[in-house]
Ligand binder design. Structure first.
Ligand SMILES: *Cc1c(COP(=O)(O)O)cnc(C)c1O
Length: 462
């Protein structure tokens, strides 16, 4: 009876004064920093000057800095954060009860903003720094649409023009996403398109393609570097994005501290690794610096298994091979994932920070089939009322499974997972789950080999 009747509220919010004033850069405390980006032309570590034509100056600096532990959050950014932050730290009492588990389950809910996901946390500073530098516009790509929506909203706040290359499949499958972006004033182009060389090349090679994130990145980067006063913004994978997303972990950390709690297990879904990297940051610091034995679990779709089945090598971040190379778990930059519904988790690579932590044994990774994820999504929606995004539901699946293990063993573990967003734009996915047309696609080893064959054959990879 004891802990189930304690007075921890269902929803816990920090006050405005308790909100973090600086982002936390986990790289500064890692025993070994992740490996540097490589300039593909020289195969030498990329410099701030190398990437400044692509990213705004401040972001280029953040990207390369693995020494500075804290970066002050500019006041203008904090003022936008205050519109939708703090996000609540939620106690999933109903889920605990339904599962009849002795585990305590917490989740950090990032879906309370119009973009419907955590992506706004990085979109706001990215738009702010671009405006600060006097840039004329930004370009970006979007897969499932959450990042494009978030950046459109952020650019509207700072009055900055934005062009979004949206993966063609999603552009037609999720037309309302496009209209939300239009509402914020962004131009949205289905990718591959004939507006860039990279797009035209891919269209010639595979005319019927429904596009991919890697391909849309190529187009957005090309457009940025060929347009005067324009830069590119990326919604995941990069170090700068994990830095901004640390707001999720920092708020969770303070909230749990105030509640007298500490997680035994921290779980997050992993596409490019940004929400996971942000959520775990301060808890991972404790593991690295104070030897806490917290478990960290990355959850990915079985259809795009970069951590669980990928290779830890240098690879391009895009299909068109125009970005710097990153050492990361990758399925190969030419890997085009199947039309799985977990749109935001379909990227061939994984954040270098998460990749390094996983490689060095600080984290675990699991993958789930799509239908198992939707079993968890619908179960969760019924008991906790929130309609989760398919991406987020990967973390729910793993949290439920860990809570069920506690039920078997009788252990009263404290579980924290990231609920990254809501699923209102994903009802096609829910429909296919209900009408039984949802498929569980798992790539064969042969298919993965084809992707691996496209990984650059450079000395660093031998
Ligand atoms: C984009 C997205 C993800 C995955 O991105 P990460 O960079 O891995 O965090 C997860 N959930 C939602 C709702 C998203 O929009």
């Amino acid at each position: 009876m004891s802990k189930k009747t304690n007075n921890i509220p269902y929803r816990f919010y920090l006050t405005e004064e308790q909100l973090p004033k600086a982002w936390y850069n986990l790289r500064a405390d890692m025993k070994e920093a992740p490996e540097p980006l490589l300039n593909p032309a020289t195969l030498q570590p990329a410099t701030v000057a190398d990437i400044s034509p692509v990213f705004s100056e401040e972001l280029a600096k953040q990207e390369m800095d693995d020494k500075t532990a804290y970066f002050e959050i500019p006041e203008e950014v904090r003022n936008v954060y205050k519109i939708y932050r703090p996000s609540p730290l939620c106690r999933a009492y109903n889920l605990e009860k339904a599962l009849d588990t002795p585990a305590k389950i917490y989740f950090k809910f990032e879906g309370n903003n119009t973009s419907g996901s955590h992506k706004l946390n990085s979109a706001v500073p990215q738009a702010y720094y671009a405006k600060q530098q006097g840039l004329k516009g930004l370009t970006t790509e979007t897969g499932a649409g959450q990042w494009g929506t978030a950046l459109s909203g952020a650019c509207a706040m700072f009055n900055l023009p934005l062009t979004v290359y949206m993966v063609k499949g999603s552009y037609y499958q999720k037309p309302y996403r496009k209209d939300v972006m239009h509402t914020y004033g962004a131009e949205v182009i289905p990718s591959p398109s004939d507006t860039t060389e990279a797009g035209r090349r891919i269209l010639t090679e595979i005319p019927e393609t429904s596009g991919s994130l890697g391909c849309a990145i190529s187009e957005a980067v090309e457009k940025a570097v060929t347009s005067e006063g324009c830069r590119y913004a990326l919604g995941s994978v990069m170090n700068q994005v994990l830095l901004h997303q640390s707001i999720i972990g920092l708020e969770s950390y303070t909230a749990m501290e105030l509640l007298g709690e500490y997680p035994d297990i921290v779980i997050g879904c992993a596409g490019g690794g940004s929400n996971l990297g942000g959520l775990i940051a301060p808890f991972m610091r404790d593991k690295i610096k104070e030897n806490k034995n917290t478990r960290f679990i990355a959850v990915e779709p079985a259809s795009c298994p970069s951590l669980t089945r990928g290779r830890y090598l240098y690879d391009f971040c895009d299909t068109g091979k125009i970005t710097p190379m990153a050492r990361m778990y990758t399925l190969g930059c030419g890997f085009i994932p199947s039309a799985d519904h977990a749109g935001g988790l379909r990227y061939h690579g994984m954040s270098p920070v998460i990749s390094k932590l996983y490689h060095d044994g600080y984290m675990e990774a699991v993958s789930y089939k799509q239908t198992a994820v939707f079993d968890a999504a619908t179960y969760f929606a019924k008991v906790e009322n929130i309609l989760p995004a398919p991406e987020s539901s990967h973390a729910i699946r793993a949290a439920i499974d860990e809570a069920l293990k506690c039920k078997e063993s009788g252990e009263e573990k404290t579980i924290l997972f990231g609920l990254t967003g809501t699923g209102y734009f994903d009802m096609t996915a829910y429909s296919s789950y209900y009408d039984g047309t949802m498929k569980d696609y798992i790539p064969s080893d042969e298919e993965l080999e084809k992707g691996f064959a496209g990984i650059p054959d450079i000395p660093q990879n031998r």
